[in-house]
Design a protein around this ligand. Structure first.
Ligand code: FES
Ligand SMILES: [Fe+2]
Length: 346
């Protein structure tokens, strides 16, 4: 049996695991206005109320189906644009202008939302789960500065885009990296897996021997994945690490919509004011390199992992981790298709 035939979830269009997914940039959601947003076939209305909280409800009014993004935000409530029914911050119907009786009217279904790193994220798992939005392991608990980098669309599944960061063969072939990276795998939880390079900086020329002074142990390169669709990269010499989060989500066209987030430690005083913008700009250049790399390959790839070899070990570990992810309840009835022809219902 070809390896690809054992794969039931990885790279499969329509299999959406539990997790946090980025939806919109926070600065796009202005107070007092309603906006449409989509994750696969889940359509929601987003708005920021008087209390500054962003809320998300199913997009269509349970009366007759008007899209609530055309409605009106009133305090922390939203009013449908069609017959002016009003729903409060929990989605409960509180007013129907044409009648007094409002008990037993259907509520709007709400979705768990969080704002982090300048993005609005939606939770697709069970409502009572409370996992954090992805963090950078080395920076947990520290105050952060961050900025958003490029957003991009790739013509393949988010898992396939994510492979790029641990595909050690292609570092040499596509990116002409002169070091053969070897990724050590560390599962951090059921949902989170980390790959860290353990190859030291080579000493084959004078430049590399000089650079090695700043990479005492290994050539620092660490990738941490959450749910297989969002990941953070840590690179750089021992005295200065750069951190980039790649937040990815699938769309109904079989593509990936991605957003890079550039992160650094908050630094106090003048140091923070002067150094952090420069660091974040430098991080952006690194992020753009990753985000824009391999564009032609990703525009035409028909992902089917049929012939793994030893050099693909990190990818195999990632696939096996992803195969254990739970389908998001919101998408558990989705029709699942791989990039070829199979169709199954989960
Ligand atoms: S469709 Fe929303 S109030 Fe009628
Ligand atoms: Fe690449």
């Amino acid at each position: 049996m070809a390896y690809s035939e054992k794969i039931k979830q990885f790279g499969i269009q329509g299999f959406v695991p539990e997790g946090w997914y980025w939806l919109k940039r926070s600065d796009e959601i202005k107070k007092g206005k309603a906006y449409p947003a989509k994750l696969m076939d889940l359509e929601v209305v987003l708005y920021r109320g008087d209390d500054d909280q962003v809320r998300a409800f199913d997009a269509y009014c349970p009366h007759m189906g008007a899209h609530l993004c055309d409605g009106f935000v009133e305090g922390n409530s939203i009013r449908c644009p069609f017959h002016y029914w009003k729903y409060d911050q929990l989605g409960i119907c509180t007013e129907i202008p044409a009648q007094k009786e409002i008990s037993n009217m259907p509520s709007l279904k709400s979705h768990k939302i969080r704002e982090a790193y300048g993005l609005v994220w939606i939770w697709t798992g069970h409502e009572d789960d409370s996992e954090p939005v992805p963090v950078i392991p080395e920076l947990v608990g520290l105050p952060l500065d961050y900025t958003l980098g490029s957003n991009f669309v790739k013509n393949c599944h988010p898992n396939v885009v994510m492979i790029n960061a641990i595909d050690v063969q292609h570092f040499r072939s596509v990116h002409q990296l002169i070091v053969d990276l070897e990724m050590k795998v560390t599962p951090l939880s059921d949902r989170c897996i980390q790959f860290s390079n353990i190859t030291p900086m080579p000493e084959s020329n004078i430049f590399l021997r000089f650079a090695k002074k700043f990479y005492k142990k290994a050539l620092t390169y660490e990738m941490t994945y959450w749910w297989g669709h969002t990941g953070s990269v840590m690179v750089g010499p021992d005295f200065l690490h750069f951190y980039i989060i790649f937040a990815l989500k699938p769309n109904l066209n079989g593509q990936t919509e991605g957003q890079t987030i550039l992160v650094t430690k908050k630094r106090k005083g003048l140091m923070g004011l002067l150094v952090n913008p420069i660091l974040l700009f430098a991080t952006k250049l690194v992020g753009n390199y990753f985000a824009k790399g391999d564009t032609i390959i990703f525009s035409r790839i028909n992902f089917k992992f049929q012939t793994p070899i030893r050099a693909d070990k990190a990818i195999i570990d990632f696939v096996e981790h992803y195969e254990k992810q739970n389908v998001a309840p919101k998408f558990s009835k989705s029709e699942v298709k791989n990039s070829h022809e199979k169709t199954v219902t989960v």
